[in-house]
Design a protein around this ligand. Structure first.
Ligand code: 5GP
Ligand code: ZN
Length: 142
């Protein structure tokens, strides 16, 4: 199993630095974020070191993600939140700071003041069809 000597999340997985563990699975570890956006803000990380989602085997992604429904339900029951965001910052330009893939579970409630800038842009005529066709071809090619 791959593990990086200096990766902060690998070090948490190896027990070299402390973390507030919430769940230990065969393929993942879930622990509280050290700088939470809300009480209960949890990070779910695959046990093997993968920097980003697009480099991971789909089966492993499935195993890691399979904990999310139970973990999300527990967060709602325990924190009193009424919802949660599931977020991956994938790559530095998407806001990823720690280069070991992690899924944020962020408890939410009405009026909590959290949110994203969601600056929508439209498509030019035909642009969406061309893009989807390119994506279908890319997916078919592996
Ligand atoms: P990113 O921006 O990479 O998606 O988020 C990294 C997250 O990891 C941040 O929310 C940050 O607070 C959290 N984090 C960074 N270092 C540690 C640590 O040593 N322990 C814990 N529990 N969380 C950390
Ligand atoms: Zn790592």
């Amino acid at each position: 199993m791959s593990s990086e000597p200096n990766c902060v999340f690998c070090r948490i997985i190896r027990g070299e630095i402390p973390a507030t563990i919430v769940h230990r699975g065969d393929a993942c570890l879930a622990f509280l974020d050290i700088q939470p956006l809300a009480p209960g803000h949890t990070l779910v990380v695959p046990t093997p070191h993968y920097p980003t989602l697009d480099g991971m085997p789909g089966e492993l992604v499935g195993e890691v993600a399979s904990v999310l429904p139970r973990l999300g339900s527990a967060l709602i029951r325990v924190t009193g939140a009424t919802g949660f965001n599931v977020l991956i910052n994938n790559g530095p330009d998407a806001g990823q700071v720690v280069p070991h893939l992690h899924i944020h579970l962020i408890p939410r409630s009405a009026g909590d003041g959290l949110g994203f800038r969601w600056n929508v842009r439209g498509y030019q005529p035909g642009e969406a069809d061309r893009l989807a066709e390119s994506l279908r071809r890319a997916l078919a090619g592996g």
